[in-house]
Design a protein around this ligand. Structure first.
Ligand SMILES: CC(=O)N[C@H]1[C@@H](OP(=O)(O)OP(=O)(O)OC[C@H]2O[C@@H](n3ccc(=O)[nH]c3=O)[C@H](O)[C@@H]2O)O[C@H](CO)[C@@H](O)[C@@H]1O
Ligand SMILES: C=C(OP(=O)(O)O)C(=O)O
Length: 411
């Protein structure tokens, strides 16, 4: 299993915010991570790759570029928003194009802006860019409550407190594995952090000049979940290693309830042989609530459900354009799915799918289509591989390792 793209992007921004030398291991070779590294270099951060250590890099502050660079490529990834704190610390302001990433509906930034304003920063935007300007005021303690548990806004608040060298009390935080990975990394650097579902309380290290750090990108839970669903959809068995097992707990519970025996170890998940009969229908509703289903698991579960008996229910109101992307593509394979609303749908399985040409319109639509294609009769051609490559180092290669008959036609 490669490292998680979404955890890695947050860790890279956290490393930049600390201003220290950080060695990062298990960095996935995904396009979004490469793009983030390029953005950091444009701001003067230096990166070296230790010889013979695949997936490792060392990031250090280098010399800031004399002026805030134009960062047009930041428009291609959602996680460029994580760079604001490091840019504020380098240049006193952060000017970035509106973030991109998966086109899965309206993806606001208002909570990020409210975070910065609570720190005393001013925010201005036009139709192409947003600009955050640091107040320059010395802060002792910042308190705020998020209205909903945004992962991006939670990490933004934490990293803003890191560069302000101040205390933070953040109510109603997001504590997804991507967030707790950043919190654990900062704890290693001396930040005093207490996190619960009610709040994150953070205090800076006693001395600001700190030692170098060594962090590990956790295995990609979404990639592992995708592989587990692919195994389950094809009646296969296999063990997926190199992940943080608890990150797969909820997905494993859903599969077990659906009659697919799955066990979770501290660093692996195993899909066992078993019949899919007698299981309960899947109910996969994405949620930002503590212990809610991560939205990025839902498309793979939908693809799996097409091979499972029963009437299954799905919802993702966090990413309101997800179903708009996914349902028509699954439809090209012959899937019959009832859209109950733009963000909720129902399907009855098992269904016979037939190979066709389909498009990975976003990362998780691409992986769901690979799962559906593996259980379809005939050959499926998947286009839009750049989306898959944004999120994964080599998802097709891992599916091949599990026995999939899958060839990449062109790079
Ligand atoms: C790089 C990364 O980790 N991306 C993940 C992150 O995206 P994303 O950054 O969208 O996730 P957040 O949890 O921060 O936000 C969820 C949703 O809340 C809304 N919102 C968020 C912030 C804000 O300031 N204003 C606002 O309106 C947006 O519609 C957004 O789509 O979490 C999503 C939901 O789990 C995942 O699908 C994405 O894979
Ligand atoms: C939605 C995703 O990514 P991003 O937020 O970077 O667009 C994803 O990883 O599935």
């Amino acid at each position: 299993m490669d490292g998680s793209k979404n955890a890695c992007l947050a860790l890279l921004a956290a490393a930049a915010a600390t201003g220290r030398h950080v060695k990062l291991d298990n960095v996935p070779a995904s396009a979004d991570v490469q793009l983030m590294l390029g953005l950091l270099q444009q701001c003067g951060f230096r990166i070296s790759y230790p010889v013979g250590e695949r997936g490792s890099l060392i990031l250090w502050p280098g010399t800031p570029s004399p002026a805030h660079p134009e960062l047009p490529h930041a428009a291609f990834i959602r996680a460029s928003y994580y760079l604001v704190p490091a840019l504020l610390s380098r240049y006193g302001s952060a000017v970035l194009p509106w973030p991109g990433g998966c086109l899965i509906g309206e993806r606001g930034m208002g909570e990020h802006f409210r975070v910065y304003e609570t720190f005393g920063d001013s925010v201005h935007s036009d139709d192409r860019h947003y600009r955050v300007t640091a107040s320059g005021r010395r802060l002792g303690q910042v308190r705020l409550d998020l209205p909903f548990r945004s992962r991006g806004a939670t990490i933004a608040a934490v990293l803003r407190a890191v560069v302000a060298d101040c205390r933070l009390t953040l109510g109603n935080p997001n504590l997804s594995p991507e967030t707790t990975t950043v919190l654990a990394a900062l704890q290693e650097g001396g930040w005093d952090i207490h996190a619960s579902n009610e709040k994150i309380a953070l205090a800076p290290p006693p001395q600001s000049a700190g030692h170098g750090l060594s962090w590990w990108v956790p295995g990609d839970k979404v990639e592992a979940g995708t592989l587990a669903c692919a195994l389950a959809a094809t009646g296969g068995t296999g063990r997926i290693e190199g992940l943080h097992g608890p990150d797969l707990r909820l997905l494993a519970d859903l599969l077990n309830q659906a009659g697919i025996p799955v066990t979770v170890a501290p660093d692996a998940v195993t899909v066992h042989p078993g019949s899919q009969r007698g299981g309960r229908p899947l109910r996969a509703i994405a949620s930002l609530a503590p212990d809610g289903l991560d939205a990025d698991f839902e498309p793979a579960l939908m693809a799996l459900a097409l091979s499972l008996p029963g009437t299954h229910l799905f919802g993702d109101s966090i990413n309101p354009g997800r179903h708009t992307n996914l349902l028509p593509q699954l439809g090209r394979l012959g899937a019959r799915i009832d859209a109950l609303s733009p963000t909720q749908c129902r399907l009855t399985g098992p269904q016979r799918l037939t190979g066709a040409t389909v498009e990975a319109t976003d990362i998780r639509t691409g992986s769901a289509l690979l799962i559906a294609a593996l259980s379809a009769r005939g050959t499926t051609t998947l286009t839009g591989l750049d989306q898959l490559r944004r999120g994964h180092a080599d998802l097709p290669g891992k599916l091949r390792a599990l026995g999939a008959d899958l060839t990449e036609l062109a790079r």
